[in-house]
Design a protein around this ligand. Structure first.
Ligand SMILES: Nc1ncnc2c1ncn2[C@@H]1O[C@H](COP(=O)(O)OP(=O)(O)OP(=O)(O)O)[C@@H](O)[C@H]1O
Length: 320
């Protein structure tokens, strides 16, 4: 990996939002001669759950690794819990939770034993109102691993290992939690339990969470804010509804007149349907209004920014 400063010193620019848990300004990353991030800007606040969406290779893991302090950026200003992750110390690290890929090298440890052992690192970083680490028993229960607490890690299934990864990420009661595709390999029940856990962490402990996923339903369910990364930049941010409003044609109206069927994309479905009935009234035999899903919106945003082309979510009125 070749990493170099592209311009200026990132430490000279003070963060514009000192209250932010994460403040990223003009973040750039170049691998060799390939620019992956062209100037990423976003902030996250206490207790917020942010989901980072983007196609394969967009740079999501790169961003997360830079924010975790595991990868040096090429340029830009990054503040995480008030510090630059590139130079922050152990006390900072104790406030940050990271869910890495599975711990393949601890197979002979037992679940409870490993969590207890890792938790001891955080004892020195306990604060009034924020006891660290989590009680091992509570933690095992929170991630649904009670039946396997005394089992060797090598005997866990893929999904159970992933639950353990999550437990390892939160054992130090982090103020900020990074989750890179945390539910890959989860069955539907484990996925729902995990979503409940993230909601509990953000609602009860005010934990800020930044996660990546390719599961759009998960993004919609979990995120206070969804960030879409495309073309090396954050091209849109907001709730699923707010994102939909950034793309033309947020709803589709399908209707039939006799044997003919029609489809029209519109930002004002109610007004369109009123007009339709005013014109054709009793001739309309069937009608359906479908709002753009997050998938429609996401694909339109990515397509637009990857091709530099127009917004093609808007469908023309068509006859079969
Ligand atoms: N160490 C590296 N050296 C060179 N190129 C790299 C390195 N790490 C990542 N890349 C490249 O940078 C780009 C972004 O990779 P990254 O893993 O951040 O994407 P991602 O959005 O997390 O992708 P995915 O959804 O597939 O996990 C990719 O084109 C990848 O090939």
């Amino acid at each position: 990996m070749t990493v170099r400063e592209l311009s200026g010193s990132h430490r000279e620019t003070p963060p514009a939002d000192p209250a932010a848990v994460i403040d990223v300004r003009d973040l750039r990353m170049r691998y060799g001669s390939t620019d992956v991030l062209h100037g990423v800007d976003f902030t996250a606040h206490r207790g917020e759950v942010l989901t980072l969406l983007g196609p394969n290779g967009a740079g999501k893991t790169t961003i997360i690794e830079i924010l975790e302090g595991f990868r040096m950026r090429s340029a830009g200003t990054v503040s995480v819990l008030g510090a630059d992750p590139a130079s922050a110390g152990e006390a900072w690290r104790a406030r940050v939770g990271v869910v890495l890929q599975s711990w393949r090298d601890h197979g002979r440890w037992r679940v409870r034993e490993l969590l207890h052992h890792l938790g001891r690192f955080y004892l020195h970083f306990s604060e009034p109102g924020c006891p660290r680490p989590y009680d091992t028993g509570e933690l095992v229960e929170a991630v649904g691993l009670q039946p396997y607490a005394d089992q060797k890690i090598s005997t866990l299934s893929g999904g159970q290992r992933r639950r353990l990864d999550v437990a390892i990420g939160i054992v130090g009661r982090p103020e900020l939690l990074f989750l890179d595709e945390p539910t890959a390999g989860f069955d539907p029940r484990a996925r729902r339990d995990f979503h409940d856990l993230v909601h509990r962490l953000s609602d009860l402990d005010d934990t800020t969470v930044l996660l990546t996923t390719h599961d759009l339903a998960e993004a919609e369910k979990l995120a206070d804010r969804i960030l879409v990364l495309a073309g090396g930049r954050i091209v849109a941010g907001g709730s699923a509804d707010q994102l939909a409003r950034q793309v033309a044609g947020t709803a589709e109206v399908r209707w039939a007149r006799g044997q003919e069927r029609f489809l029209h994309a519109t930002e004002d479905p109610a007004g369109f349907v009123r007009e339709l009935f005013a014109q054709h009234g009793a001739e309309i035999t069937d009608i359906e209004v479908r709002k753009a899903t997050l998938e429609d919106t996401y694909l339109a945003l990515v397509r637009e920014h990857e091709t530099g082309g127009g917004r093609d979510l808007r469908l023309e009125e068509v006859r079969p």
